[in-house]
Write a protein that binds this ligand. Structure first.
Ligand code: GLC
Length: 428
């Protein structure tokens, strides 16, 4: 699969994935994230698909082997205990083997499984067959347990995959913290604290976790009585797109997809509730209070991934992109909450860009897609495969040698890209 003159970054990207391989699953990055994360793992699989299809399917099959009886596919699978990570399996208190967290993460699986299948249909077919009912069950779980108000609601900010984005601020304000339950963070020992969520956030993350543990991660209890419940544009659009791809998988397998189409329609209808007409964007809202977040973030632009666009949204997309050197910022650069290096409060995340780009391509917005691809590739060429980047000056941030950034280099922004002089100066 390699071209005659290979870009050295291609091998560097493969080396990141292989270096993060822990035998059947791939960690996002050493130390900071030493377990199998749901959507990271799907991106890693997509990356492996460019050079080792068997390894790609192994990643996916292992992820789905931890699916709960409810249909949920958990956000972390704690394969091997690592005392250097907090909060570990004991804090989650879920009773699976291997232990898992008690929440889910953006369901990119159907979309990326379809991509893997298309890369090599013969190798993919047996996996498609075994994974299809699991995907159907996972999507049904989202609809049953999280979409009671229409769009997807999350019961913990971590479920969104955009942990501390400003979208969740109003919901987090209502969370009572447990003052007499001290804990020690590990993340700030691995990464600059200025790039991580605040103590204010962690106090609340842990309080929600304590509630989940107390109800044994019962979805109904979490939804009805949990400390946090917000509608999430990001997951809603990821799931909306995933339904189209799951329907396509069903069609390939000759399955009856009428029920999936009905759920897809229902979710599309539900997604329209996220529209904030006053602001002109898709907005999170708090299901406990009915209050809109009034926050524009990258979750709104995942609408494109689901083939949804509106003129007002497009205008905001152009506006915020023009305020930064490297799109797409995770928060609005014109908002007072914008913080260009603090995790999901401003930085550019290549992995999210790859999803937005898929949507732009499908919508025929090739100029925007090319610009996004070039800007993302430039970040990686200058800095290496980091977790995310400052959108103003491109400074690499968070964890180094990051799996999903390497994966999207191989599958998207680095594909067929000529080598540049400054390539590959990753440092730790
Ligand atoms: C953080 C991110 C989440 C990701 C995880 C592992 O929690 O917000 O999206 O899956 O790290 O990389």
């Amino acid at each position: 699969m390699t071209s005659a003159i290979e870009n050295p970054l291609d091998q560097a990207a493969r080396d990141v994935l292989l270096g993060n391989d822990r035998g059947g699953y791939t960690i996002p990055t050493a130390r900071l994230y030493p377990y199998q994360w749901n959507w990271d793992s799907m991106f890693s699989a997509w990356g492996y698909g460019t050079f080792d299809m068997a390894r790609a399917w192994q990643e996916v099959d292992l992820l789905f082997s931890s699916q709960w009886d409810t249909g949920m596919v958990p956000h972390i699978i704690f394969h091997n205990p690592d005392p250097d990570y907090f909060p570990g399996p004991g804090v989650w208190g879920a009773t699976q083997t291997p232990p898992t967290s008690g929440i889910s993460q953006p369901p990119v699986a159907a979309t990326l499984i379809l991509k893997l299948y298309e890369m090599d249909p013969k190798a993919g077919l047996p996996h498609l067959k075994t994974l299809y009912p699991k995907l159907v069950a996972w999507h049904a779980w989202w609809m049953r347990e999280r979409c009671k108000d229409g769009p997807v609601a999350i019961i913990h900010p971590w479920e969104s995959g955009r942990d501390n984005c400003p979208d969740w601020d109003i919901g987090m304000e209502g969370v009572q913290i447990n003052e007499d339950d001290p804990y020690t963070r590990r993340d700030t020992g691995h990464v600059n604290a200025d790039e991580r969520p605040l103590k204010w956030d962690y106090d609340r993350y842990l309080a929600i976790l304590a509630f989940g543990r107390s109800v044994h991660w019962n979805d109904r209890a979490m939804y009805e009585d949990g400390p946090f419940l917000m509608a999430d544009p990001g997951i809603t659009f990821v799931l909306l797109r995933a339904f189209s791809d799951l329907i396509e998988i069903g069609r390939i397998l000759g399955e009856d997809t009428a029920d999936l189409s009905a759920q897809h329609d229902q979710l599309r209808e539900g997604a329209s509730k996220l529209w904030n007409a006053e602001k002109g964007w898709f907005d999170a809202y708090d299901l406990r209070t009915g209050q809109s977040a009034n926050v524009l973030g990258s979750g709104a632009f995942l609408a494109y991934f689901a083939g949804v666009s509106r003129p007002a949204l497009d205008a905001h997309f152009a506006r915020i992109w023009d305020k930064v050197a490297f799109g797409v910022p995770s928060a609005d650069p014109e908002s007072e909450r914008f913080d260009p290096r603090r995790y999901w409060r401003g930085p550019t995340w290549p992995v999210v860009n790859s999803l937005i780009a898929m949507g732009l391509t499908d919508m025929g917005r090739n100029e925007a897609e090319t610009r996004l691809r070039n800007e993302t590739a430039a970040l990686i060429e200058a800095g290496g495969f980091w977790e995310y980047y400052d959108p103003m000056d491109g400074t690499p941030c968070g964890g180094a040698s990051f799996g999903w950034t390497a994966a999207i280099w191989l599958t998207w922004c680095g594909k067929d890209r000529a080598a540049v002089q400054t390539a590959g100066k990753e440092t730790e």
